[in-house]
Design a binder for this molecule. Sequence first.
Ligand SMILES: [Zn+2]
Length: 141
Amino acid sequence: MNPKKERHYFFLNPYQDMSFTRCPKCDGLTRIRKFCLLIHVEPKTMFSLNKSCKYCSLCDLIITKQTEIEQNLAFICEHKSLDIIGNKHLVLGTIDRKDWKIGKTCKLSPPEAIECFYPFKDVLRFRVEPAGWYHATNKDE
Ligand SMILES: [Zn+2]
């Protein structure tokens, strides 16, 4: 097991048109902050990605768009001629910037990555209800 403490809550934003300038949990304003995310791409590749994310300091919640992660991964894969574009991926946690710099390249060996990453405390999901979209009668169905 990873002996390190868990850090941050995480929300992978599946909505293209929602940027979450307000926190979905507390409704406070989010800020932009850079995090080094550790991402596992199937079958067995680990990437670190230094990325600007929305962050609510009150909730310790990192929000990032799924499409942006995908675009970043596609770019790295193309750049490094890796044949894993479009593979299933999972954001595992964050790593320290100093570890990211030591790693230098974006690709980490899985043991290295596991060694230095901080798992998320929890991965949250928020669903945006389209307001005024449903007929009132649907409620009783
Ligand atoms: Zn919040």
